[in-house]
Design a protein around this ligand. Sequence first.
Ligand code: CP
Ligand code: NVA
Length: 306
Amino acid sequence: MKKDLLKLLDLSGEEILEILDTADQLKYNQKHGIQHDYLKGMTLAMIFEKNSTRTRVSFETGMYQLGGHALFLSGKDSQIGRGEPIEDTARVLSRYCDGIMIRTFAQETVEKLAEYADIPVINGLTDFCHPCQVLADLMTVREHKAKLSGLKMCYIGDGNNMTNSLIVGGLKCGMEVAVACPEGYDPDPEVLAFAKSDPNFKFTLCRKPADAAVNADVVFTDVWASMGQEGEKAEREKVFAGIYCVDEELMKVTNPGCMVQHCLPAHRGEEITADVFEEHAVEIFDEAENRLHAQKAVMYLLMKKD
Ligand code: CP
Ligand code: NVA
């Protein structure tokens, strides 16, 4: 049966660690000039119904580095934008390509695409989750801290797609996870139910950022208004401003050597101060780089022919 990457909830902790190990190896090989053509002659179709810099460039470059080819399909230029059903798009692309990456709004669209496609489907961000980003995030934390299990991750801000994937990925890898978001902006109920499903999971949902950040080894944040929520920007600013911000004051309650991660793009002066961002820029851009290596690992594991 074909395998997909639709959400981290579908993966075991062991499967996540297998992706991270493969990503580390591919990164090492690339840095040492060892090239691979595991996906020679293969094509990845990339459907984008939202904007992207990192996801598009890292998938396209990664596919090329593995000997294959990627093609960009914007929602509005393809027939998807004119209402062609996703079930039909899935069956058409399956006749031409070897994998599909999709960035869209509803998680159901990705799930339906995977149901109707005969080739692996990779979620490049939905309103519900951002699994590829969080694989890169976990890879980066492990690279800097040499482990994941036993570390404390905290997330400050909107309970969005990033929060959902961080909670699931962090807990599955044995991390303690603490989230601070305003009332009314909680993570998805399915994710909160998952976080409560195992007595071994260490998870807390707080309202005050300092409560979540205390003794953290890594602090994550993300924008207050995600793509698709542009109309709520002013209303959200009133709720988040001055409170849900990673600043020097907040960093004082974290553990010494605490990392800061941001999936980018970042809004300096909103969810993170310019000072904290620049102080942790190396870690943040390592995180951006690791999108390439983590996604090469995902494509290799899902698309390679045995
Ligand atoms: N972090 C992330 O997914 O970036 P893009 O929106 O630029 O792809
Ligand atoms: N939460 C953000 C992540 C961007 C990579 C968004 O969905 O816009």
